[in-house]
Design a protein around this ligand. Structure first.
Ligand code: DC
Length: 226
């Protein structure tokens, strides 16, 4: 069984998808981390990201030949470390440089084709909670349960800010207002791009989580899954 959790940045997708996977004993796949890993690698190789990247051979080679690997930290139930080209990029993929690079990289058709193929292979192996932007529309259009999470941009910025403090401590790289501006920018970019734009699948259940606790959201979805 595939449970597709789609929605914009900061809608609570990651937290909810992980807790849901633990609760149901499903595998968990963060497809955003895959796009981020390719974007990080593109930056490392010094690619020019301001040009049309749809058929860029270097990007396609990265997405096709450098499979992204998820690893478990000791004692953790779900994988949380991300590797590409044998390098641990768990922290780097959350840096602001990667935030900026991931929009053009994830809009590139060649990248999407390669990563979607990887995601379909991974999801075919076992029951999986898969989170992203296009899981219910493109990656697994036949998923048994499709959830589209939303929340107001302000609530999403607050959540991302808190998450950054937890991740990076008091030296968190961005202020709450910078995060809000980035969220608004990315929403627009992700929903207007030509390939796999961010839209709910026709048969997705849309849930506005602005005024819900994480536990309420997880229980709501678990209930739909049973
Ligand atoms: O969920 P996230 O913020 O980590 O995702 C990073 C970027 O990757 C986001 O700007 C959109 C893109 N993405 C995508 O295009 N398709 C997905 N299935 C997942 C993420």
């Amino acid at each position: 069984m595939i449970i597709a959790i789609d929605g914009p940045a900061g809608s609570g997708k990651s937290t909810v998808a992980k807790l849901l996977a633990e609760k149901l004993g499903f595998a968990y796949l963060d497809t955003g981390a895959m796009y981020r890993a390719v974007a990080w690698r593109a930056l490392e190789l010094g690619l020019d990201l301001s040009v049309d990247l749809d058929a860029d051979p270097t990007l396609i080679a990265i997405a096709t030949n450098e499979p992204i690997r998820f690893a478990y930290k000791e004692g953790e139930a779900l994988p949380s470390e991300v590797y590409i080209a044998d390098k641990d990029v768990t922290r780097e993929i959350r840096f602001p440089e990667t935030d900026l690079a991931v929009s053009p990289v994830s809009a590139a058709l060649g990248v999407r084709k390669a990563l979607i193929a990887q995601q379909q292979r991974i999801g075919a192996l076992q029951n999986t909670v898969m989170e992203g932007r296009d899981i219910g529309t493109v990656v697994f259009p036949d998923a048994e349960l499709k959830i589209f999470l939303t929340a107001s941009p302000e609530v999403r910025a607050d959540r991302r800010f808190k998450q950054n403090i937890e991740r990076f401590g008091e030296n968190a790289p961005l202020s709450r207002d910078e995060i809000l501006a980035d969220i608004v920018r990315r929403d627009k970019y992700d929903s207007e791009r030509a390939h796999s734009p961010l839209v709910p699948a026709a048969d997705a259940l849309t849930l506005d989580t602005s005024d819900m606790s994480i536990e309420e959201v997880v229980n709501w979805i678990a209930n739909e899954a049973s």
